[in-house]
Design a protein around this ligand. Structure first.
Ligand code: ADP
Ligand code: G6P
Length: 471
């Protein structure tokens, strides 16, 4: 948001940026994980905003007290939308994460199309709109986030909310061929067209959306402008643009230079006996291409024995959506794969893969970024992938190599400095690992300087300013 803009920002997302936990009989609030939290928290902190969403916790938690404490500490308010267990199963785990998530990530084979899940999605979207309508003031901007809430705009209009309504999709928007398989495609499309501004991560996503709208709504008119496409539909004008999300570069850059992080990075190198570190950091998700990455690492060990004992793959996976069966299967698959590869190539004094299934605190996360000579980020499909940008911002020694999937939204911006790979191409990714391990200092530095300059320029503050100014 520009500095002159004094309007209050109401962000609405499925999940609030918090994790509520009970430890030793005391309720605690922690910051949540995921790209959305990373991007929006600094924005709401900088303005007197409010974030509305599902607290994702037990009914027994003293929410009012925790929320009050959060507002005092963080400088912005929270509005809560509670969900029943059944709604969590049908709207969140069901329609959001077993239908929309795989479909929008091009994984049609994993989609379930269940009318009960759809009904819950409609109902919960209406509830989010109703709660938002009670909190909104005249001058506020309402900014709805992500695929869980694509129908909120319509209900807000029905309730007479006249404020500017914006929507941003953090995940990819699929091609027409895929989108048309969704039995409720027309409802989703019309739902999105209730907003005044609809934002996507990349030009490809924006084009996919406009192509779907033109094809499925023949009366719709589209006019390409410089920064946005203007759609005319149902006597309204809707702007559609692409706004690649980013991170707070200075925050990552400064914190990565701190004493705490420098010490922790030094310990990591000592611990790994100064071998080259190849780092993977992901939420547990089948879109992140983690099994394919482990297979590519195994292929590199097979093909390039000169790398044995010279490097380690450190793979950190943060638990996510653990109630969805596909995620449980993936966890079992990763445990098995990492064990098998270590058993095959491990030697006295060298275990090739160090695999951790947990969240890291900020200092440890930054220390891993700073210490790693190589980041291996190979999603099969990803809206953006903020880990890639965080790695660059924290590579303050200018020495890291970013190996990045061409199917991550981030590849549109970072493609020049990164080593791009197709994660389905196991041989090609193995070769990229070898290339990164043997890349000479001059080339590493030249590439990393380019990457860091790009993330610094297109930081999260610019993202918000650009988005809000397009309204
Ligand atoms: P997604 O939004 O799909 O989770 P992103 O890469 O865009 O993927 O964002 C992931 C966010 O979660 C990043 O901000 C990253 O720092 C954080 N994160 C991922 N894994 C961990 C972890 N093990 N510990 C702490 N934070 C993590
Ligand atoms: C991605 C999605 C977010 C989501 C996050 C964590 O970043 O785009 O909408 O909040 O993953 O997933 P979860 O299901 O735990 O909220």
């Amino acid at each position: 948001m520009s500095k002159k803009d004094t309007r209050r920002l109401i962000a609405v997302s499925n999940r609030l940026p918090i994790v509520v936990k009970e430890e030793d009989g005391r309720w605690q609030l922690e910051a949540g994980a995921g790209g959305l939290v990373t991007a929006l928290s600094p924005v709401l902190k900088g303005h007197r905003g409010m974030w509305i969403g599902w607290p994702g916790c037990d009914e027994a938690a003293p929410l009012d007290e925790l929320v009050g404490r959060f507002a005092a500490e963080e400088g912005y308010g929270l509005g809560t939308v509670p969900l029943t267990q059944e709604e969590v199963e049908e709207y969140y785990e069901g329609f959001s994460n077993m239908t929309l998530w795989p479909l929008f990530h091009d994984l049609l084979g994993l989609c379930q199309f269940n009318p009960r899940h759809w009904e819950a999605y409609v109902k919960v979207n209406r509830r989010f709109a109703e709660v938002t309508a009670t909190r909104v003031e005249e001058e506020d901007l309402i900014w709805v986030q992500d695929y869980q809430l694509m129908l909120m705009g319509g209900r807000l209009r029905e309730l007479g909310v006249k404020n500017p309504l914006a929507f941003f999709l953090h995940i990819p928007f699929p091609s027409l061929d895929l989108f048309r398989r969704l039995p409720w495609k027309m409802e989703i499309l019309r739902g999105l067209l209730e907003f005044d501004l609809v934002g996507f991560q990349t030009l490809r996503d924006r084009r996919n959306f406009v192509a779907c709208a033109r094809e499925l709504l023949p009366e719709l008119r589209a006019e390409v402008r410089r920064r946005t496409t203007l759609l005319r539909w149902d006597e309204r004008e809707i702007r559609v643009g692409h706004f690649p999300i980013s991170i707070d570069f200075s925050e990552f850059n400064n914190h990565a230079r701190s004493r705490d992080v420098a010490d922790a990075a030094w310990y990591l190198h000592e611990h790994y006996e100064n071998r080259q570190l190849i780092l993977g950091v992901d939420r547990l998700d089948y879109t992140k291409g983690i099994p394919e990455r482990l297979l590519a690492f195994e292929r590199a060990l097979e093909r390039y024995p000169e790398l044995h004992g010279k490097m380690n793959l450190v793979q950190i996976v943060v638990p996510s959506r653990t109630q969805v069966p596909e995620y449980q299967l993936l966890k079992d698959q990763l445990d098995q794969l990492a064990g098998r590869i270590n058993a095959r190539f491990g030697q006295a004094g060298w275990i090739p893969i160090h695999y951790m299934f947990r969240s890291l605190d900020r200092v440890q996360l930054l220390a891993h970024y700073r210490a790693a000579e190589i980041a291996l980020i190979t999603p099969l499909r990803d809206g953006m992938n903020l880990v890639a940008k965080e790695y660059c911002a924290a590579s303050v020694d200018n020495n890291g190599v970013l190996i990045l999937s061409e199917f991550a939204g981030a590849a549109e911006e970072l493609g020049k400095g990164a080593v791009l790979v197709n994660p389905y191409d196991i041989d090609g990714t193995a070769e990229a690992i070898r290339r990164a391990c043997t890349m000479e200092q001059g080339e590493r530095q030249r590439r990393m300087r380019m990457l860091r300059a790009s993330v610094q320029r297109n930081n999260v503050h610019r993202w918000v300013e650009y988005f809000v100014n397009s309204l």
